[in-house]
Design a protein around this ligand. Structure first.
Ligand SMILES: N[C@@H](CCC(=O)N[C@@H](CS)C(=O)NCC(=O)O)C(=O)O
Length: 83
């Protein structure tokens, strides 16, 4: 399986969200750069997030155009891969 560092990583988040903080910690621990889009006060970004992910909860994480999902999905994604 590929251990390549994902590029163009985006995380849609809200400031108060513990799952968002946990997801960011996972990315940071892996040395993955990401663009954070705080959707809390940006309705147009919520629309973008829901359109891309078909989900309304935060976080929503993308590796490029690949939708990884939320925090639990990110944990699952890496549990399927060698360290
Ligand atoms: N199992 C989800 C849990 C996500 C979740 O419950 N997120 C909360 C915030 S921490 C949420 O989006 N609640 C609705 C909202 O804040 O609008 C995950 O792993 O991402």
């Amino acid at each position: 399986m590929s251990k390549k560092t994902p590029q163009n990583v985006t995380i849609y988040s809200k400031d108060y969200c513990p799952y968002c903080k946990a997801a960011k910690r996972i990315l940071e621990a892996r040395g993955i750069d990401y663009k954070e889009i705080d959707v809390e006060f940006q309705p147009e970004k919520i629309v973008e997030m829901v359109t891309r992910s078909k989900r309304r909860t935060v976080p929503q994480i993308f590796f490029g155009d690949q939708h990884i999902g939320g925090h639990d999905d990110l944990v699952h994604y890496y549990s399927q891969r060698a360290a």
